[in-house]
Design a protein around this ligand. Structure first.
Ligand code: C5P
Length: 216
């Protein structure tokens, strides 16, 4: 079984998908983490364009069973789960994710990771591009202010102090870049169920997705 959960930054995709995966006993895969990893590889190697694509093609990226992401680059393995969540990477990732060759590498990797198991995968192009045949597709939205509020809590927990206005401006910019890019842009699949999470609790969104995917 494949479940696709797409939507803009801060719409609640990963929080909800993690719990639904547990409820249904399937694997959660965070596609955004792989794009963030590509941006991180660009930062640590100082590479861009075709050179970055080359570096990414030689890198190994693996999630462990707890969902931590490990990068092996030039023979050295590190847990990059936290370093890919910084405001610096958030500001860079959309430009990296707009590159066609990067998308091809990440999409192939995601399909391979999901090939032998039932998954719920969140992202921007899962229902439209990565798994157009997914059995269940959801598209989560929420107002930019509410999404900024949620992101601010994440940043505060990591020790970054940013104003809500700055975070809102950053996510609006990122959504625009993600929606307007040429290759596999952020878009609701025609057969996806749209859920506006602005005034819903996390538990309510989890129930909608779990019950729909359980055919209840
Ligand atoms: O979901 P998250 O905010 O971690 O995603 C980070 C970025 O990765 C997005 O803003 C987008 O540029 C890119 N992305 C993508 N396609 C996906 C998932 C993420 O382009 N399927």
């Amino acid at each position: 079984m494949k479940i696709a959960v797409d939507g803009p930054a801060g719409s609640g995709k990963s929080t909800v998908s993690k719990v639904v995966a547990k409820n249904l006993g399937i694997t959660y895969l965070d596609s955004g983490a792989l794009y963030r990893a590509c941006a991180y590889i660009g930062t640590v190697t100082g590479k861009d364009g075709a050179e970055l694509v080359e570096a990414v093609s030689h890198a190994e990226l693996e999630f462990d069973t707890a969902g931590k992401l490990f990068l092996t680059l030039n023979g050295k393995t590190e847990d990059i789960s936290t370093v890919i969540r910084t405001p610096e990477i958030a500001a860079k990732v959309s430009a990296v994710a707009a590159m066609e060759d990067i998308r091809t590498l990440v999409t192939d990797k995601l399909r391979k990771m999901a090939s032998k198991t039932s998954v719920i995968m969140d992202g921007r192009d899962i229902g439209t591009h990565v798994f157009p045949d997914a059995e269940y597709k959801f598209f989560l939205v929420a107002s930019p202010r509410e999404r900024a509020r949620r992101r601010m809590k994440d940043f505060e927990a990591m020790g970054f102090n940013k104003t809500i206005d700055d975070i809102e401006a950053e996510i609006i910019k990122r959504d625009k870049q993600d929606s307007e890019r040429e290759h596999a842009p952020l878009k609701k699949a025609a057969d996806a169920l749209e859920i506006d999470t602005t005034n819903l609790t996390i538990e309510q969104v989890i129930s909608i997705i779990t019950e729909t995917a359980s055919n209840k």
